[in-house]
Design a protein around this ligand. Structure first.
Ligand code: KIV
Ligand code: ZN
Length: 388
């Protein structure tokens, strides 16, 4: 029995993440990532799309076979063949799940599916019932839910629940929604749908407007108890909600967001680095939580504050996300306090006059050089001491 304030973290790095152009992963790389996700405490691993290729089928099957506690999920369209293949792939998981979806918005039904609403409703009932015959845990998604007409969305969800779905996912497939609107949609659906308390409500947000994490958090505040996300925010187009940001937003702001996750946050940096190595996608320097600069300070005012008390400019501890320590980067904006601290860490304790002189030389160097490394400082002080 999950606690009402527990948020399930559903990692779709291996499925939606892999749909990101240029991010395909080998079988071995997927196993490596899945193992780390298990260790990290992810609740649900969406391991792939078994009907998409033999390779996807093989990796979902192997991840399922190796799984211990995490739910292993495969994605499947609403066709009989896809669902059967998905069921076969997840069969050996300790906790298997089939995730089946169909589009429900007018634009998708007309142009992509070329199906009318009745045919879509029929497919929802048939696909969920078939999946439920294969496994006890079935997630159903209304693709493009946020551009779907509300009454029709309710009808589809109602059919999915009656056919045996245990999780209902409301994807913001094209990253179109904004936080108030997305949160209100969850609230309204949960209030309207009969038996809404019998299923887990799930958020799946894309980042086309840069709102994926904010939308996911708003969904949680309005009743969602599963968040679908990906390491480093990998995913179609501008990506999915970033797992590390969702986890830390819930953790750091537990004062106003009283929810828990199972994720051991000290794994976040490792997971980010592993995915970046595997895909070759660099992590932007100023990326929240896992960027190189997330715990680095260069301005003198900030460095001085940090040396007095880290709470002045950091809202979480670097070790909480697996970063060894804060770094005070030496540059032209650095102050005397940080410079003295750096010298001490390099083994130099200078008298006041010598320190002033060294600081002047350091500032002159920093004006000319973008990056002042420890070795530059060592050379600068050694030269000065040799002159004295
Ligand atoms: O974005 C989306 O709608 C999806 C579904 C398949 C869940 O990824
Ligand atoms: Zn998606």
């Amino acid at each position: 029995m999950t606690k009402p304030d527990h948020i399930r973290i559903f990692d779709t790095t291996l499925r939606d993440g892999e749909q990101s152009p240029g991010a395909s992963m080998t079988h071995g790389e997927k196993l490596e990532l899945a193992a780390l996700m298990e260790d990290m405490g992810v609740d649900v691993i969406e391991a792939g799309f078994p009907a998409a290729s033999e390779g996807d089928f093989a990796s979902v099957s192997e991840i399922a076979r190796r799984s211990k506690e995490a739910i292993i999920c495969g994605l499947s369209r609403s066709t009989e063949k896809d669902i059967a293949r998905c069921g076969e792939a997840v069969r050996n998981a300790a906790r298997p799940r089939i995730h089946t979806f169909i589009s429900t918005s007018p634009v998708h039904m007309k142009h992509k599916l070329q199906m009318g609403p009745n045919a879509v409703l029929e497919a929802v009932g048939r696909s969920v019932a078939q999946a439920r015959n294969l496994v006890d845990d079935v997630e159903w998604s209304a693709e493009d839910a946020t551009r779907t007409e509300f009454d029709f969305l309710c009808k589809c969800i109602d059919v999915a629940i009656q056919s045996g779905a245990t999780t209902i996912n409301i994807p913001d497939t094209v990253g179109y929604s904004h936080p108030d609107e997305y949160g209100a949609l969850f609230r309204r659906l949960i209030e309207t749908i009969p038996n809404s308390d019998k299923v887990i409500w799930s958020a799946h947000c894309h980042n086309d407007l840069g709102l994926a994490v904010a939308n996911s958090i708003s969904a949680v505040a309005n009743g969602a108890r599963q968040v679908e996300c990906a390491i480093n925010g990998l995913g179609e187009r501008a990506g999915n909600a970033a797992l590390e940001e969702v986890v830390m937003a819930l953790r750091v702001r537990s004062d106003t967001l009283p929810y828990t996750t199972n994720v051991k946050s000290e794994y976040l940096s490792r997971a980010s680095a592993m995915l970046s190595r595997i895909t070759g996608f660099p992590v932007q320097y100023n990326k929240a939580i896992v960027g190189k600069n997330a715990f680095a300070h260069e301005s003198g005012i900030h460095q001085d504050g940090m040396l007095k008390n880290s709470e002045t400019y950091e809202i979480m501890k670097p070790e909480d996300v697996g970063v060894a320590k804060t770094s005070l980067v030496m540059g032209k904006l650095s102050g005397r306090h940080a410079f003295r601290d750096k010298l001490e860490s390099l083994g130099y304790v200078l008298e006041q006059d010598a320190l002033n002189d060294a600081f002047k030389r350091f500032k002159a160097l920093a004006d000319k050089k973008k990056h002042v490394f420890d070795d530059d400082i060592v050379a600068l002080v050694d030269d000065q001491l040799a002159e004295d």
